[in-house]
Design a protein around this ligand. Structure first.
Ligand code: DGJ
Length: 737
């Protein structure tokens, strides 16, 4: 790994053993992109990729007729001076001009990586893990300095980028766009993969080929959203799971975003990612700076699966922080689907007690324990216990749950307030609301104005009391509506364009303060299921509730799609009741567990309500999970058959030392007299013998080249198993053979 500056040619080469990222100073002094892809020799000076040549209608430099920005690949392109594609930033100047031109001034290279101010970001554990390049570019007229940051990592094919924009002049300027990166590629032979959905069906992968013009996904909801995830893949058309080139872009941010590709009519491709510029206006007074969030660029030349594995490893090691980093997660039991808000202490303890009997480690009390919270019309904002439900408070309940031998956690939704709450009655101006306009409700609640420090302080103080008073090991942080009428009451007109971003900074600051005050608490993020599932939130909450759709059949698709951009350790997945609350579909308890175990694992039902036979199975599932959770959460994941393509889907995890693997095969609909399917495995040691399910001994190579046969003398699966069934295979490498 390293960063080389070829002084004479003014070219930068960032590289590790897997990738190269090359840039150079263009004839007019702007920073241009030269090459991004598989590792090339770092001594190579690149001459051919800066396109030159006089063309009709292109705008040239007076000093160099041959050079035009329109044909160039640029690193952080401006608006207004000859590049007609979408710019990465825009600055409104005092005289009304928005034209800028950034010229390379200087650079520095150092080991390690600096933190971003108030923003989530990747970090180094030791300085030798990464090298950072800072490039200072200046617009001499607007007196604006832009620093572009690039970090290249030793272990992962990853480059992290962001930018910082400083007003170095005397007059105020206004940023109307400040994306995190531009990545120009020399051809358009790519497909675009996005991860989309709605509530209940988050992060379905959708692929389309790029044709000239722009392709864009975005969020303007104030959170990253279930509709479009801030993760995209740009891949070669023939790239599949195990071969071909692919580039991943994870935005380390949880608010409004845009991800765009623009194929131009000269056959080049521009990729852009950053904070959504819609209703973004950030004034910069003399000396002030704006720092964009970070984008993680990952690269693979051996398919999508390898790309995902790099992202998983990188996130587990360089995004997740705290006590639960690289640590198996507790098996939890959550009461939401069992009781919703209709509970008292006795009911809760009965559920928790049964959980303990089953082997669960953590009990989580969901929504409804605070204020006047008996339905979703009241209580949000009042973070003190409802003593009618819990006479001895959260502290008393936590103690009783602890006495059962379980850890205890609770649900909060700190960013929201109900009209019927003490907080709203005292501070009606603390919600986001545009003057003289209707205040839209979502789930009967309004969004607190987290752009105001006093609001965040109030919520911190309230939560601090609850967290400090009781023995709390886990917090589920929910967020159940999008932002509308985004306006900070009482704030000046000139700062209203800052509100969306300031809101998210407020969320991050509350997270940071709570994490600092309570470092032992495990945070799980949630937003009506998986509506804020992004690399930014992962920096604070090591796991995130994947979806409110807990139907195992649906979950295969949701978890499969999620796995492209996020590690299994992040995926909150539980076994819930059957028939399922969201779909009415009935699935056997073993099959429900076979999908939930590819995640953090837990239960979302009252175990007192299930049959004795199912309860026996639950105990076995928990034993199994305790034995294999490290592998299931941190092993290498291989997607084998997609649930979006076939009736049978499959994936597997393999331990880092290749000694153990778990293979799960899921079948949607049953038809009689089915054919036999071979699932070809991946990631095993080809020369080692594996024992499959304590029955068969097979070499790794035959398991990978020939596959496992499904069904294989398995009568039930063959005849009368019904729909939505699954099989799990355990592979163990023989010690000596
Ligand atoms: C939405 C979450 O996704 C659910 O799991 C549950 O916590 C409810 N909110 C509670 O209101």
């Amino acid at each position: 790994m390293g960063i080389i500056f070829h002084e004479k040619e003014k070219q930068f080469h960032l590289f590790n053993s897997q990738l190269s990222y090359c840039m150079g100073v263009c004839p007019d002094g702007e920073l241009g992109q030269l090459y991004f892809g598989r590792k090339i020799n770092e001594n190579q000076k690149i001459t051919y990729t800066q396109t030159k040549g006089v063309r009709p209608l292109c705008c040239n430099l007076k000093e160099d007729e041959n050079y035009t920005k329109e044909l160039s690949m640029l690193e952080y392109p401006a608006f207004g001076n000859g590049d007609f594609r979408t710019p990465a930033y825009e600055i409104k100047q005092k005289n009304g001009s928005r034209v800028t031109n950034l010229i390379y001034k200087s650079h520095s290279i150092y080991n390690g990586k600096k933190p971003l101010n108030g923003l989530p970001a990747s970090y180094t554990n030791t300085d030798d893990e990464a090298t950072t390049l800072e490039i200072l570019c200046v617009d001499e007229v607007a007196k604006v300095e832009v620093t572009l940051f690039y970090t290249v990592w030793e272990k992962y094919p990853v480059i992290c980028r962001h930018a910082s924009i400083k007003n170095a002049g005397d007059e105020e300027v206004v940023l109307t766009k400040a994306l995190s990166l531009c990545l120009d590629l020399p051809d358009v032979e790519y497909n675009w993969m996005q991860f989309e959905g709605t509530w209940g069906r988050e992060r379905y992968p959708v692929e389309r080929s790029l044709s000239n013009g722009t392709t864009q996904i975005e969020s303007m909801r104030g959170h990253s959203s279930a509709n479009y995830n801030p993760f995209v893949i740009v891949k070669r058309k023939n790239t599949d799971e195990f071969m071909g080139e692919a580039i991943g872009l994870n935005f380390v941010y949880s608010g409004n975003f845009v991800a765009q590709s623009e194929a131009d009519t000269y056959g080049k491709l521009r990729i852009l990612m950053g904070i959504n510029p819609r209703w973004f206006e950030w004034p910069l007074a003399k000396g002030e700076s704006f720092e964009t969030p970070e984008v993680i660029i990952s690269y693979s030349n051996s398919g999508l699966n390898a790309l995902s594995q790099s992202i998983h490893g990188f996130m587990n090691n360089n995004i997740v922080r705290g006590k639960y980093k690289n640590t198996p997660r507790p098996i939890l039991l959550n009461n939401w689907e069992a009781t919703e808000m209709d509970f008292d202490e006795e009911k809760i303890l009965k559920i928790a007690k049964k959980g303990k009997e089953a082997g669960v480690e953590l009990f989580v009390l969901d929504d409804g324990w605070f204020g006047k919270r008996n339905d979703d019309y009241a209580g949000l904002g009042d973070w003190f216990v409802n003593t009618k439900k819990l006479p001895e408070g959260v502290k008393g309940l936590a103690k009783k749950v602890n006495d059962l031998g379980l850890k205890f956690g609770i649900w909060i939704e700190p960013e929201m307030v109900n009209e019927d709450s003490d907080l709203y009655r005292a501070h009606p101006d603390w919600v986001l609301a545009a003057p003289d306009r209707v205040r839209s409700l979502g789930r009967h609640q309004m969004v607190l104005d987290f752009s105001k420090k006093e609001v965040v302080d109030n919520i911190f103080d309230q939560l601090y009391v609850v967290f400090a008073d009781a023995n709390i090991s886990y917090i589920k942080w929910d967020m159940n509506r999008s932002i509308t009428e985004c306006y900070s009451q009482g704030a000046a007109a000139g700062v209203q364009g800052m509100v969306y971003h300031r809101y998210i900074l407020g969320v991050y600051s509350l997270y940071e303060r709570l994490i600092k005050a309570f470092p032992d608490i495990l945070f799980e993020s949630c937003a009506s299921g998986g509506s804020r599932f992004d690399a930014g939130i992962l920096y604070y909450a090591p796991q995130a509730w994947c979806s409110d759709d807990t139907d195992a059949h649906e979950r295969i698709k949701i978890q499969y799609g999620t796995s492209y951009g996020y590690p299994l350790s992040m995926v909150g997945a539980h076994v819930s009741a059957s028939p399922n609350l969201q779909t009415g579909r009935a699935i056997a308890i073993g099959d429900r567990a076979n999908i939930a175990c590819f995640g953090t694992f837990g239960y979302e039902l009252d175990l007192n309500e299930i049959s004795e036979a199912d309860f026996v199975e639950v105990k076995e599932q928990i034993k199994f999970m305790k034995e294999y959770r490290e592998l299931l959460q941190y092993g290498d994941l291989y997607r084998l058959e997609s649930p979006f393509e076939k009736n049978i889907s499959a994936w597997m995890v393999v331990s880092k030392d290749k000694s153990t693997a778990l293979v799960a095969v899921y079948k949607n609909l049953k038809s009689p007299n089915e054919g036999i399917v071979r699932i070809r495995l991946k990631g095993l040691d080809p020369d080692a013998v594996y024992t499959v399910d304590e029955k068969k001994e097979l070499y790794g190579d035959i398991l990978m080249e020939g596959g496992i046969q499904v069904p294989d003398g398995d009568k039930e699966w063959f005849f009368a198993d019904g729909d939505f069934t699954s099989r799990m295979y355990i592979l163990k490498k023989n010690v000596t053979k």
